[in-house]
Design a protein around this ligand. Structure first.
Ligand SMILES: Nc1ncnc2c1ncn2[C@@H]1O[C@H](COP(=O)(O)OP(=O)(O)O)[C@@H](O)[C@H]1O
Ligand SMILES: [Mg+2]
Length: 157
């Protein structure tokens, strides 16, 4: 599924929907170039989970955990591991009761979880604010997650 996002507000809108239908143990692997909008999307997901705390990019800490929402949010950014995928011990988060959102998660390679929703944000070469976001479910839990996102989006149009 591909969706056009015309500005950051639209990205936040989709992200809120995603956060509002996330279930315990769901995982999102977020891909896209620097500045594509991965952290912006995570902020909207946090709002959808009912977290009102400020979301800070975990680039230097790898993981930040937020417990004030409907579900815990485990926000990770594995950019700093560069291309030497290492066992960072993230499985305890993937297997936890919260929603894991991993910026640059594809860099985990063999340490990727087995079931995840792949969300890729692509910039437009002409319009500074335009993005294409594509969703792909890997595994049955992610399929159910994507179905709930679909349904909620339909309810909103
Ligand atoms: N449609 C859009 N969706 C998300 N961010 C956008 C959009 N248009 C412009 N932006 C801007 O692009 C930047 C994205 O930054 P950020 O979310 O930190 O990216 P990343 O985490 O992918 O490096 C922000 O400054 C945001 O305001
Ligand atoms: Mg980021």
């Amino acid at each position: 599924m591909d969706i056009m996002l015309n500005n950051p507000k639209e990205t936040e809108g989709i992200a809120k929907i995603i956060g509002s239908v996330a279930a315990p143990g769901d995982t999102i692997i977020l891909s896209g170039d620097l500045g594509a909008g991965k952290t912006t999307m995570t902020k909207g997901i946090a709002v959808g989970l009912g977290i009102d705390q400020m979301i800070k990019s975990p680039t230097y800490t790898i993981i930040r955990e937020y417990q004030q929402g409907r579900l815990p949010l485990y926000h990770m950014d594995v950019y700093r591991i560069e291309h030497g995928a290492d066992d960072l011990g993230l499985d305890e988060y993937f297997e936890g009761d919260g929603l894991s959102v991993v910026e640059w998660g594809k860099l985990l390679g063999e340490f990727l979880p087995t079931d995840y929703l792949d969300i890729t944000i692509t910039k437009d070469s002409e319009d500074m604010e335009k993005r294409i976001v594509s969703f792909q479910a890997i595994g049955t839990q992610a399929e159910r997650f994507l179905e709930r996102i679909h349904k909620k989006m339909e309810d909103h149009v």
